[in-house]
Write a protein that binds this ligand. Structure first.
Ligand SMILES: C[S@@+](CC[C@H](N)C(=O)[O-])C[C@H]1O[C@@H](n2cnc3c(N)ncnc32)[C@H](O)[C@@H]1O
Length: 219
């Protein structure tokens, strides 16, 4: 179990946190939490404001995963919260022999997934993964399980542990100090479980999550 930023090659974006924080209301959060068109391809107040593929997002990061976990060309990789399959698409380009799987709660994301990976994706809930124990060489879950309420979030982490053969990497909404906490609460649209990094580490221990992890910090 290692705290490591495997997203260090992911492009950094400037987030207009104060500006958006002023405007976001509970009604926007309610719409975003449906993970429908408004979340991916609607207004910035209810989500991404256009969730479109670009190689600069994941291409370097999938290489980072491959190197770090020393993945073989035929490795099996699961993306929990895969959305439209962008990361898996880049994995497939890098490792055409690899076995891909993606799962996401959003039917909209599935319907708008990249055709290159659509066949590997399915709609489902992270809290009950439809795969046998130890199915994957690597399970990745980026900014997803914190969208579940606490008990279900724990369940999802246990599921990630169960279906992995040893390697997993998750990122969570978190803060290290009061200023980061305040900014995260302003920025947050969909997360239901967020806490101090030390509380996450305690939770990982409590539920027996042994994979790697890092944080989404609102900076
Ligand atoms: C912040 S997006 C991240 C998408 C992708 N991992 C990325 O980094 O671009 C969160 C994703 O989690 C999915 N999601 C939310 N709750 C989920 C659940 N209970 N089970 C599976 N996916 C879920 C959403 O539909 C959405 O695609």
């Amino acid at each position: 179990m290692v705290e490591i930023n495997l997203l260090d090659r992911y492009p950094k974006s400037k987030r207009p946190i104060d500006e958006r924080g002023e405007l976001i209301k509970e009604e926007h959060r309610a719409v975003a939490r449906k993970f429908g068109v408004e979340y991916y391809d609607g207004d910035r107040l209810t989500g991404y404001g256009g969730y479109n593929y670009h190689p600069r997002f994941w291409q370097e990061t999938v290489k980072r995963f491959k190197e770090h976990y020393n993945l073989s060309e035929s490795a099996s990789i699961l993306d929990v919260g895969c959305a439209k399959g962008f990361m898996l698409h880049d994995f497939k380009e890098l490792m055409p022999e690899a076995n891909m799987a993606g799962i996401d709660i959003s039917q909209y994301a599935m319907d708008h997934a990249l055709p290159s990976v659509r066949q590997y994706l399915q709609v489902g809930n992270a809290k009950k993964l439809p795969y046998p124990d130890k199915s994957f060489d690597l399970v990745i879950c980026i900014n997803t399980v914190h969208n579940l309420p606490l008990e279900e979030c724990k369940q999802a982490l246990r599921e990630i542990e169960r279906v992995s053969r040893g390697n997993s990497f998750v990122t969570m909404d978190a803060w290290r100090n009061d200023a980061e906490r305040e900014r995260l609460l302003k920025w947050n649209l969909t997360a239901l479980t967020y806490m101090h990094v030390d509380e996450w580490k305690q939770l990982f221990k409590e539920i027996g999550y042994t994979g790697d992890y890092y944080w989404f910090i609102a900076e």
